[in-house]
Design a protein around this ligand. Sequence first.
Ligand SMILES: Cc1cc2nc3c(=O)[nH]c(=O)nc-3n(C[C@H](O)[C@H](O)[C@H](O)COP(=O)(O)O)c2cc1C
Length: 231
Amino acid sequence: MLEILYSRSNRLRLWIENTIRFHSGANLPRSEPLGFKQKVYRTMTKVAIVYYSGYGHTEVQAKAVAEGAKGVEGTEVELLKLSEDGELNEAAWAALDAADAIVYGSPTYMGGPAWQFKKFADASSKPWFTQNWKDKIGGGFTTSATVNGDKFSTIQQFITLSQQHGQLWCGVGLMPANTKADGPEKLNWTGGYSGLLAIAPSDSSPEEYPTGGDLDTARAYGQRLAEVARR
Ligand SMILES: Cc1cc2nc3c(=O)[nH]c(=O)nc-3n(C[C@H](O)[C@H](O)[C@H](O)COP(=O)(O)O)c2cc1C
């Protein structure tokens, strides 16, 4: 009987499911896909970008992701920078809990995220325990000095973290610029798919690098994350 009703009306389906949830006292995370209020009444999409940056280059990348996300109508963006001790304040943790998308960022140091990011990841075992971040969109970015530099190892750790939290990983979603005519000014010129990559030579200032195609790609990724989170 319920199946017949379900197939006839999506609104009715939502009403039935949420009435059952309400009366059963189920404490569901805010991003639960069947949540009636979220689906029907949500007006703003919240994208939280939590990142560490030792020398400022990854921060430039983080701001470009934020810029791209802000360009999507109805999107609020929180840039949450980890301190030199790898700490976040209570308001920042609350912003992560309230977000529809959580995006991770760190420079690649010795083939992985900086230790400050790992400290944050370990501290996130608290929301992990209650699966507070389940079904939030996940994404990640990293900057390093060399073209490769084992950046993928950093992205892989972000993916693993997101999956432990039950997030839905969102890759870059761009074709690579891979012809003879292509170069660093082009969108996704390094051909990153799983996460966002940028290069900042070791003797460059954050005002110089990341630059060009890397920043355009960061903006495009921010836009994609916001659009996917809004669905
Ligand atoms: C301790 C340390 C380790 C690094 N390890 C790598 C590495 O494994 N691969 C790489 O390409 N660059 C490496 N670099 C260079 C940084 O990734 C690069 O300078 C990056 O832009 C720094 O980002 P930030 O300014 O946000 O700290 C390392 C730098 C430091 C300080």
